[in-house]
Design a protein around this ligand. Structure first.
Ligand SMILES: NC(=O)c1ccc[n+]([C@@H]2O[C@H](COP(=O)([O-])OP(=O)(O)OC[C@H]3O[C@@H](n4cnc5c(N)ncnc54)[C@H](O)[C@@H]3O)[C@@H](O)[C@H]2O)c1
Length: 438
């Protein structure tokens, strides 16, 4: 069985590698020549635990290939997955230009029946547009090659992407024909052996499922952040409240941690796009609009605490940030709260030194020499006026207090992820600020 994946980013590379792992021959395509040349030389463009070994293994078994040529990749292919980016347009809607340009290319080169599957997160109606684009190109070629379109949104999360792909909670497939259904069932067979369901449905429902899932998770986060802010006012502790509600099985204990707001390449843009879809259909998603507002404000909460502590005077102060990626186990900094916090500190005249276990190179690309970077977690604290924890990497969890005391100008910690206990801070005489706790 041979498939092609167009777009070799977080989703395309992980999906392609995991399909290859099951014995399918996969060609990953990308426009980015540097990325493809790198992959053909064993250089993995992203940090994702376990990915490098799996890519190398499948390349050496001649099941996984990388190319910039979509035409070549479509030869004898049974399915082609579109996994290119769908960034927000200026008005917040998903920009489909990459998806539709891939559809056009497919129409130009398709020579046998295949299923064209959108794996990118795309708004309702996209499968129809993909179909129309392919048809248009086939008409230009005076050909009537049969094909099907399907929607197969991806639910993997960065940092645990391989695990999520190999052992999915569910696979959602929007489908229009039995032929396509049979093919997708065959493709995903290996991932379903442990009873994980494949849910077939109509295409618009599949497209909407992905946005609804991400928006629901974003809602949980913003709701808890809102309650955390109330906790501070009324003297409650959000960690206790979280434990109290999380043990209710109807609520569950995931995605209810207070912090400095959600970021990443998915939640912010998907929330925006769903709001836009509803607006375009004359319906206002009121809850989701508030989710976005709360999140925008939450990214400033840590900075406000810092400003208040220093009576508004941050000029010349030095701050150390631990954690730049939008969450642990990834180097992805798209929409990361760290960027907002750093920019606020710089605007206030402060200096910033940053440490992250894997995102330093990405940070250099995004922030350049506006800040200093440290290769060592503890060296980053030399002569600093405060430590800010912005991403909850596990290596930050246990602190060497004696060393901290020696290195830092002030025994002061702003914890944007609530990873420390208030008691341990008190025992070590540190001034400690966190989110939603006194
Ligand atoms: N990153 C995630 O955790 C995640 C999870 C689920 C779904 N998604 C969705 O999957 C899609 C892809 O996200 P990503 O994070 O992998 O993006 P990404 O930016 O990491 O990768 C996209 C890749 O597509 C390539 N590309 C663009 N146009 C192309 C074309 N015409 N031909 C070939 N390649 C082309 C780009 O060069 C890039 O390498 C998005 O719609 C996203 O919302 C992402």
């Amino acid at each position: 069985m041979k498939i092609s994946i167009v777009g070799t980013g977080y989703v395309g590379l992980v999906s392609g590698t995991c399909f290859a792992e099951t014995g399918i021959t996969v060609t990953c395509v990308d426009l980015d020549k540097k990325k493809i040349d790198g992959l053909n030389n064993g250089i993995i463009p992203i940090y994702e635990p376990g990915l490098e070994n799996m890519v190398n293994k499948n390349v050496s078994k001649k099941r996984l290939f990388f190319t910039t040529e979509i035409k070549e990749s479509l030869k004898d292919c049974e399915a082609v997955f579109i996994a290119v980016g769908t960034p927000p347009d200026e008005d917040g809607s998903a920009d489909l230009k990459y998806v539709l340009s891939v559809a056009k290319e497919i129409g130009r080169y398709i020579n046998n029946y295949m299923v064209i599957v959108t794996k990118s997160t795309v708004p309702i109606g996209t499968a129809k547009k993909v179909k129309a684009e392919i048809k248009k190109e086939l008409e230009k070629r005076n050909l009537n090659i049969p094909f099907d379109v399907a929607s197969n949104p991806e639910f993997l999360k960065e940092g645990d992407a391989i695990n999520d792909f190999l052992k999915p909670d569910r696979i959602v497939v929007g489908i229009e024909s039995d032929r396509a259904k049979k093919l997708l069932k065959k493709l995903y067979k290996s991932f379903l052996l442990n009873g994980h369901p494949i849910l077939f449905m109509d295409v618009p429902s599949a497209e909407l499922t992905k946005y609804t899932a991400n928006s629901m998770l974003a809602t949980k986060i913003s709701f808890m952040n809102d309650i955390a802010n109330l906790c501070e006012i009324v003297g409650a502790d959000i960690n206790n409240v979280r434990r109290g509600i999380g043990s209710d099985s109807r609520i569950g204990n995931k995605f209810i941690y207070a912090g400095v707001g959600y970021g990443g390449s998915c939640f912010p843009k998907d929330v925006k796009a769903l709001i836009k879809t509803a607006d375009e259909n004359s319906y206002s998603l009121r809850i989701l609009k508030s989710v976005e507002d709360v999140n925008d404000d939450q990214k400033f909460v840590l900075f406000s605490k810092i400003k208040k502590h220093f009576n508004g005077n941050l000029k010349g102060k030095k701050f150390t940030i631990w954690g730049l990626a939008f969450k642990p186990n990834t180097d992805d900094m798209r929409e990361a709260p760290s960027i907002v916090i750093i920019n606020e500190l710089l605007n206030a005249g402060a200096k910033v030194v940053a440490y992250d276990p894997v995102a330093i190179n990405e940070a250099k690309r995004k922030l350049g020499d506006k800040i200093e970077y440290s290769e060592d977690q503890y060296e980053s604290l030399i002569d600093t006026d405060a430590l800010l924890v912005v991403t909850e990497w596990s290596e930050f969890r246990v602190l060497k207090f004696k060393l901290l005391e020696k290195l830092m100008n002030e025994k002061l910690i702003f914890d944007g992820r609530n990873i420390y206990e208030k008691e341990e801070m008190k025992e070590n005489n540190f001034t400690y600020y966190s989110i939603g706790r006194k």
